[in-house]
Design a protein around this ligand. Structure first.
Ligand SMILES: Cc1ncc(COP(=O)(O)O)c(C=O)c1O
Length: 420
């Protein structure tokens, strides 16, 4: 059978009346219908196509009814479900939790995934949401500026202090939101014990796994209820999309789907396709990024212009033990945070502006190496005193290490440090 057998002659669903002799229709009718809705035949595309379609057709109306009622699988409306997104969601489910025990929904951004995760976990008026005090700055802003306005009581907690944790449980939180690897200090909370303690108190645990990816950490396997990703970062991996994904234990499938359809912040099929494409090379990219990061961290720690390196793969990091215990494959992530000796904003600007390979971009996880200055970007919205309390100083720079040759990255940092 050649592709010519699927030509435009028919242009309608088999058996649909009227469109078989499309050539006899008026120009305006042909403009709308010609070439469309040709059955795919018996081939299977090697890569899931971009189903850029708002709705999906079935021969009989009762099939749409059966899909809407959940009697059979299918697609009716892209805000509910789309075949390209479904392929991505299945892939991420498989990597995070296994398709038998979890479900996933993809969204237009990581922030949307966090919103839907909180809603599905039961954050509502009058409930307490406990959140790590070193969450991504915008997540913190979302909690104070949106969730609190909707009557949620938000408590930021120091998850590295016994008093902080005990105080948190006394508030009987409905949800605990934390990151598997924090930013920019790269702290690793004691995920296993926090999840177990949460469950014994009917608290649902939502883990932002953006920085570690399921290659390093799989919170659902540790018992967490929800995992979120900014797919903009490692899952996509090429700096060419904005997206988010929420993976939930199967028992929350109804809540997740229900709220997702109502909020409607779904990922477009094109971005879903790009993310699915990115996911295929995640293991290759991420292992290389982690290896490059480890090598640079060791080198930077000995550099006279560097005051301190934060990287959990270094014995000097306070969570080096947890990194070894929780992270798979002896890897420690692709982000390295440095403090430049005696540097304020001016010196940091000189350093950053001298770099050639590390691009000054507000993101992480891309194949290209990136530099972010927390004081003016990820943590810009926090008051200087708050930043200081979190240990985020004006000499601190976050490096997201890419897949370039590590010797070139080292040489780039060396020449820029020399120009401060
Ligand atoms: C840890 C973390 N979670 C969530 C987000 C939000 O993701 P997005 O920018 O895709 O909305 C980010 C963005 O930087 C992040 O770093």
């Amino acid at each position: 059978m050649s592709s010519g057998d699927f030509d435009l002659a028919c242009g309608g669903i088999a058996g649909e009346s009227g469109l078989e002799d499309i050539e006899k229709k008026d120009f305006a009718t042909r403009a709308v219908h010609a070439g469309e809705r040709v059955k795919a035949g018996d081939f299977v595309p090697i890569s899931t196509p971009i189903y850029s379609s708002a709705t999906f057709l079935y021969e009989h109306l009762h099939e749409i009814d059966a899909i809407a009622s959940g009697e059979r699988a299918g697609f009716t409306y892209t805000r509910h479900d789309n075949p390209t997104n479904a392929a991505l969601e299945k892939a991420v489910c498989s990597l995070e939790g296994g398709t038998g025990s979890s479900i996933a929904v993809s969204y237009a951004s990581g922030m949307a995934a966090i919103l839907l995760g909180l809603m599905a976990a039961g954050a509502a008026q009058g409930t307490v949401v406990a959140a790590a005090q070193d969450l991504y700055g915008v997540t913190m802003k979302f909690l104070t500026d949106v969730a609190e306005r909707w009557g949620v009581r938000v408590e930021f907690v120091d998850l590295f202090s016994r008093d902080g944790i005990e105080g948190m449980w006394r508030l009987r939180p409905k949800v605990l939101l934390l990151e598997s690897l924090s930013n920019p200090l790269l702290r690793i909370p004691d995920l296993r014990s926090l999840i177990a303690a949460g469950h014994s108190r009917q608290c649902r645990v939502l883990v932002d796994n953006t920085f570690t990816t399921p290659l390093l950490v799989r919170p659902l396997e540790m018992g967490a209820d929800f995992v979120v990703h900014s797919a903009t970062k490692y899952l996509g991996g090429h700096g060419d999309l904005t997206g988010g994904i929420l993976v939930a234990r199967r028992e929350f499938a109804e809540e997740v789907r229900h709220f997702s359809r109502l909020v409607g912040a779904v990922l477009g099929p094109f971005e879903a396709w790009l993310t699915l494409r990115g996911v295929k090379t995640l293991p290759l990219r991420f292992v290389r990024q982690c290896e490059n990061a480890q090598q640079l961290a060791e080198w930077l720690e000995k550099h006279p212009r560097i005051e301190r390196v934060y990287y959990p793969g270094l014995p000097s990091h306070p969570d080096a033990g947890r990194c070894r215990a929780f992270f798979q494959g002896g890897l420690a992530g692709g982000v390295v945070t440095i403090v430049i000796r005696d540097a304020g904003r001016e010196e940091v600007y000189r350093f950053a502006n001298s770099l050639e390979l590390f691009l000054k971009a507000t993101s992480l996880g891309d194949v290209q190496s990136l530099l972010l200055y927390p004081a003016i970007s990820s943590h810009r919205d926090l008051a200087p005193k708050h930043r200081e309390r979190l240990g985020i100083t004006d000499g601190m720079v976050r490096l997201s290490v890419g897949i370039e040759a590590v010797e070139d990255l080292e040489a780039d940092l060396e020449q820029a440090l020399a120009k401060i």
